[in-house]
Structures are given as structure tokens and as C-alpha cells.
Design a protein around this ligand. Structure first.
Ligand code: DC
Length: 177
């Protein structure tokens, strides 16, 4: 399931996976996890991004998903710590595009995603899934929506999580990503 951010990819993917009895893999969470790692280690701040140090640290980033039966989906773990909540903040959203641009990061994550897909029976979402990760997927769905609709979705999501943010800020972030 491919498409722009906040078009509802993960909502659809989760429902589809549940319906089919497949495993849902949120690849955006993986990019968010690497971003969170970079933030935690001070490799990325508002005016600074030490790309090379992040690249050198990639071997020390271990990502895995663990299914949470209460939530009905798999949560993201970074070096065996559950970071599902930490990766959904607007701060991570603001930095993730920079990290997702790094080709070494993409290569590592794409390889891991392709490995997860080897056994089939998965629903994966993300903007390069249909083109790069699984160009030969059995079914490809491309999703789109206006930036206002996308911002509204993300705004409600963040408000629900108790984050203080304006609609304008979310709109700017969505357009940027
Ligand atoms: O879907 P999301 O907003 O959680 O994804 C976070 C960011 O990661 C998004 O801004 C783009 C990037 N991303 C990517 O480059 N490739 C993917 N397969 C998934 C996400």
C-alpha cells in the first residue's frame, strides 16, 4: 500500500491484514525509529544533522516488531525497547524526511522489509513499497488525498494522543513530507 503521508495507508493496511489474517508491517515506523535513534544520540537537532555518524551507527540499530494482542497490531522496538509512543510525536515527524533521504538508511530498511516479505502473507505500507520494496507484489494499492484532508487526519490523530499542536503546523509538516 503506497501513497502520500496521512492518506490512510496504515488504517487500510491494518484492516486488510486483520481481514486476511496477514501480518501488517508499518515501514514508516522503521524510518521513525531510526530518526528517534538519531535524536536520542544528538545526531539530529533543529539546525544540525550529522549524517555520517548516523550512517556509521547503522550496525548498532536493531529494529523489530512485536505483536500486541490488546492493540491488534505489531509495535516498534528499537534495540529491544518499545518505542511505539515515542516515534509518533511531531518532533519525529519533523525530522523523519531528512533521515529517510539517506540512501544508506533506505538500503538497510528496504533489505529488512524484503526479508520480512519472503514468507508472503504480509500487508506493508509506505511510499516506496510498490516501486522499490515489492515491485512484484500480488496486489498494489496507491492512496492519495488533498493536503488539507491529510492534515486533518494527522491533526486529529495527534490531538487524540494529547499533543498540543495547531492545524497550520500539521498542514506545513504534511506538505513538506
Ligand atoms: O507513514 P509515516 O508518516 O509513519 O512515515 C514516516 C516517514 O518515513 C514519511 O515521512 C516518509 C518516510 N517513509 C519512507 O520514506 N519510506 C517508507 N517506506 C515509509 C516511510
Amino acid at each position: 500500500i503506497d501513497g502520500f503521508s496521512s492518506t490512510g495507508k496504515s488504517t487500510l493496511a491494518k484492516q486488510l491484514a486483520r481481514y486476511l489474517g496477514y501480518v501488517y508491517v508499518d515501514t514508516g515506523a522503521m524510518y521513525r525509529a531510526v530518526t528517534y535513534f538519531a535524536m536520542q544520540n544528538g545526531y539530529i537537532t533543529a539546525d544540525f544533522f550529522d549524517k555520517q555518524t548516523l550512517i556509521n551507527s547503522l550496525p548498532f540499530i536493531k529494529l523489530h516488531f512485536e505483536f500486541n494482542p490488546q492493540l491488534g497490531f505489531a509495535e516498534m522496538y528499537l534495540n529491544d525497547v518499545n518505542i511505539e509512543k515515542e516515534i509518533r510525536t511531531i518532533q519525529v515527524s519533523n525530522f523523519v524526511s531528512l533521515v529517510a533521504e539517506v540512501s544508506e538508511v533506505r538500503a538497510k530498511l528496504v533489505e529488512q522489509q524484503q526479508e520480512m516479505g519472503k514468507g508472503k502473507g504480509i500487508v506493508m505500507d509506505g511510499r516506496d513499497i510498490g516501486t522499490v520494496v515489492f515491485p512484484k507484489a500480488e496486489l498494489k494499492v496507491f492512496m492519495t488525498a488533498s493536503s488539507e484532508t491529510r492534515a486533518q487526519r494527522r491533526y486529529e490523530e495527534l490531538k487524540e494522543k494529547g499533543q498540543e499542536i495547531s492545524f497550520e503546523e500539521v498542514l506545513k509538516n504534511v506538505e513538506q513530507r
